[in-house]
Design a protein. Structure first.
Length: 436
């Protein structure tokens, strides 16, 4: 039901003024959370600065060695800085990681061997991992094709880890347990780091030798601790998400136990080369500077997410997380219930983008995804979801996933446009929008 939204839409004679008022009201409503998010920047930045200082970061680390990249002082320093910030024994930060999916795939292929079992305890992993695991597609060298066994423990109806069935799921020898921290394209809460820590303990109690791997995409710097601080053995993510601070041009990272990071690097490069090769293309400064900016960018993204949640919830759309709820990732899901509003909001966000505002987002196939996707992403770095962006698979229940944003003022402007666009849509009620 969305009576509030329809009533508001019908009585509005000046859509722009109405939209501005809604966003202004959301800013007022979220003032305590905005202050709290802003207050998290200093301690997290302090951690980054402490890592820079401990590793004696200097301008001589900005250049990189070309060719093989052997002995690259900048890369080695960057790895140690990231390890400190991620509270891990070791890290490998590489522009050669094409994306988060690639970093996760390198970690999984690096660790798992034929005949070993991998268990996802957060239900079906993110869409792009289906082809990596071998749940979709064939002939591409998936884990399944290399003889890795896969099982998953479905989430409960509330989208939580099914702890009652956890011990049973772990009853057979298991080499790797996969935990996805963020919601991905699913209607579920993100996993708080404390909960990840508790799950690690439970896993190790049954399978002490199991490696707990966390897909950390979109979670970095959202909380004080990272999964590696609470017992996760290995984590991976993308640099065009949180830790790249919106200026890393590409790349990804793995972090955790030093032996496991090395194994992931052996998969990325080659056995024998591991973490010791790979130029940084003279981009080290961008990676250090992105990390320096990341605490602020993540806080802004979280404030933007709070605004999106508030504005759409006020209109009667189901949102996840709820306005003001604790967060462990930067994603805000809005269930729009029909393709028309999904497209309308994406169009409005795109039109309010700094780059490509003239483009009209249309649903299209995307490598790694089974469904067509619609994406609003007029970002300076192509595909960067740490800059303000929104996307969703074109499938029921037509959920829009919003993330990123360098300043929440930008998110506010984009929301105003989206509200105006929604007002001009013919009868959404019939399409089922807003039904819980
Ligand atoms: C939970 C999760 N894991 C992995 C990925 C894949 O990241 P990338 O798009 O960088 O490959 C995503 C992307 O949205 C995600 O949400």
């Amino acid at each position: 039901m969305s009576p509030g939204r329809v009533a508001i839409a019908m009585t509005t004679t000046n859509p722009s003024a109405w939209a501005r008022d809604r966003v202004a009201a959301a800013l007022v409503a979220r003032a305590p959370e905005i202050a709290a998010r802003t207050a998290t920047v200093a301690p997290r930045l302090e951690r980054v600065l402490a890592a820079f200082a401990a590793e004696r970061l200097g301008v001589h680390h900005f250049a990189s060695v070309s060719g093989y990249g052997h002995g690259d002082l900048g890369r080695e320093t960057l790895d140690r800085v990231f390890a400190r910030v991620l509270q891990a024994e070791a890290a490998a930060v590489r522009l050669q990681f094409v994306s988060g999916t690639h970093a996760i795939a390198a970690a999984l292929f690096g660790v798992l061997r034929p005949g070993e079992r991998m268990l996802s305890i957060t239900g079906r992993p993110y869409d792009t991992l289906e082809e990596v695991i071998g749940l979709r597609g064939e002939g591409q060298g998936s884990l399944a094709e290399f003889g890795v066994l896969y099982d998953e423990l479905p989430l409960t109806a509330a989208g939580r880890v099914d702890e009652e069935r956890l011990a049973e799921a772990l009853a057979v020898p298991t080499r790797l347990v996969l935990i996805q921290r963020s919601c991905g394209y699913s209607w579920r809460p993100p996993l708080p780091v404390a909960e990840i820590g508790r799950l690690v303990e439970r896993v190790k109690a049954v399978q002490p030798e199991a490696i707990v791997f966390v897909d950390n995409c979109y979670g970095e710097l959202v909380e004080d601790l990272e999964p590696t601080a609470v017992g996760a053995d290995l984590i991976a993510g993308s640099l065009i998400k949180n830790l790249g601070g919106t200026i890393a041009p590409t790349g990804g990272y793995v972090a955790g136990r030093a032996d496991l990071v090395e194994r992931a690097c052996c998969r990325l490069t080659a056995p024998g080369i591991g973490s010791e090769g790979g130029t940084s293309f003279d981009c080290n400064r961008l990676l250090f500077q992105g990390l320096f900016l990341a605490p602020q960018m993540v806080a802004e993204a979280l404030i933007g997410a709070d605004l999106v949640a508030t504005v759409f919830a006020e209109l009667g759309y189901p949102v996840h997380p709820a306005p003001g709820a604790p967060r462990s990732d930067v994603i805000q899901a809005v269930r729009l219930g029909a393709p028309e509003p999904l497209l309308a909001v994406c169009r409005a966000f795109q039109a309010c983008s700094p780059v490509g505002a003239y483009l009209d987002p249309v649903p299209a196939p995307m490598p790694g995804y089974a469904s067509d996707l619609v994406m609003a992403g007029g970002t300076f770095i192509d595909g960067s979801t740490s800059e303000f962006s929104a996307d969703g698979p074109l499938r029921q229940p037509f959920v829009l996933y919003v993330q990123g944003g360098t300043h929440h003022g930008h998110v506010g402007l984009a929301l105003e446009r989206a509200l105006v666009a929604l007002q001009t849509l013919p009868s959404l009620e019939a399409a089922g929008a807003g039904s819980a």
